[in-house]
Design a binder for this molecule. Structure first.
Ligand code: AMP
Length: 363
């Protein structure tokens, strides 16, 4: 099977590493030459919308997928003439715009933080009256890892936040004083069977994921059920094939969906060593028509992201049960350069090892 992946970052790289044992070959399309995934397949360096680059990338592929959700929907659609694209491009449409996404999540039975579209300073003042303070003003599109977001704590913050973010459509969201953040990663086979990993708990700083604990403790049974039902409904609605990730805020007994990613997710990296089947393999299996099957935690795990920092491998690996993944990127502040997973016999053991490693990860 030859698989084409839109985007050649670390997610593409880990997808290929999972698919190579299944005799899959990989091609990537990404505008930045020599991207992290290029060591694991053939990269076409070109614009997603460039028809010539699309042809070079896609001709001869058996299936096409993506590793991030901001690839143009039209590019995903255009590539359908070369090979089936999984998930269906409608999944990109549902998730690229925060306003559309929240409406979609609600339509599939999930609760979300309250929100309003903002296209002018007057809209913002009106939305503030409805939603109250504190709240978060975000760009509707192309925001990730905390980019394009401003927290409003008093009415006077509105003008400055507007000044900084205006120029693209915005959304104002209620600022949720959550107890914890959790995410749900699931996979749907081509034939429609759906499998879930257990919830994992995530810690973010400055909008960027820093640490994941798998499995999450303390998620009320009712929340788990509601999330799974919502996820199933989304996947059925989109006739979804592959891995889907949904991030939630947990506030008491309330579960509020923050966003969905129609792809493998940073909060699922622990599954490479910690699960019976990794999220990357689950995605490859699903899009190539293979069975995914039940997804379980084999080793309770803690995953630490390496943001702008690359510790010495020898230092990390002297801690038992620690695994180091580096993405082959140049060091730059705020950049995801790699991650460490501690996959242990128990969560206590994993957390004890994580405490030793956290300073190396700048935590
Ligand atoms: P996002 O890009 O929307 O996933 O936001 C990144 C992170 O910022 C989230 O994981 C939260 O930690 C925080 N955040 C975003 N939106 C909200 C919100 N409405 N209320 C509270 N925290 C938020």
């Amino acid at each position: 099977m030859r698989i084409g992946i839109l985007g050649a970052g670390q997610l593409g790289r880990m997808l290929a590493l999972a698919g190579i044992p299944l005799e899959c070959e990989f091609r990537f399309l990404d505008p930045v030459p020599n991207s992290p995934a290029s060591v694991a397949g053939v990269q076409t360096a070109g614009d997603y919308m460039d028809a010539e680059a699309q042809k070079r990338f896609a001709e001869g592929c058996d299936a096409i997928t993506w590793e991030f959700e901001n690839v143009p929907v039209e590019a995903a659609r255009a590539l359908q003439k070369y090979a089936p694209v999984y998930p269906a491009p409608e999944a990109l449409e549902a998730s690229q715009d925060r306003w559309t996404e929240k409406n979609f999540l609600q339509s599939q039975g999930l609760s979300t933080p309250r929100f309003a579209a903002v296209n002018s300073l007057d809209d913002l003042r009106q939305a503030l009256r409805e939603i109250g303070l504190p709240s978060v003003l975000k760009t509707r599109r192309m925001g990730y890892d905390g980019r394009g977001q401003r927290v409003l704590r008093c009415e006077e913050d509105a003008a400055a936040a507007w000044e900084q973010l205006q120029g693209s459509p915005l959304i104002l969201e209620e600022f949720v004083k959550f107890d914890r953040e959790v995410s749900l990663i699931c996979a749907r086979e081509r034939g429609g069977r759906v499998f879930f990993y257990p919830f994992v708990e995530n810690l973010h700083r400055e909008g960027i994921l820093r640490r994941t604990i798998a499995p999450a403790l303390h998620v009320p049974e009712g929340c788990m059920q509601a999330a799974r039902q919502g996820a199933e409904s989304i996947m059925q609605h989109l006739n979804y094939t592959g891995v889907l990730s949904i991030e939630f805020f947990l506030q008491g007994a309330n579960l509020l969906a923050n966003e969905m990613a129609p792809r493998v997710h940073n909060s699922g990296h622990w599954s490479i060593e910690g699960a019976n089947v990794s999220q990357f393999e689950a995605h490859i299996r699903a899009i190539t028509g293979l069975p995914v099957g039940e997804l379980r935690v084999e080793h309770p795990s803690v995953m630490l992201n390496l943001i702008g920092i690359k510790p010495a491998a020898a230092q990390v690996l002297q801690v038992p049960c620690a695994h180091l993944h580096l993405y082959g990127k140049q060091e730059r502040p705020g950049r995801k350069l790699g991650h460490i997973t501690i996959a242990a016999g128990s969560l206590e053991e994993a957390e004890a090892a994580a405490r030793i490693l956290e300073p190396l990860a700048g935590l």
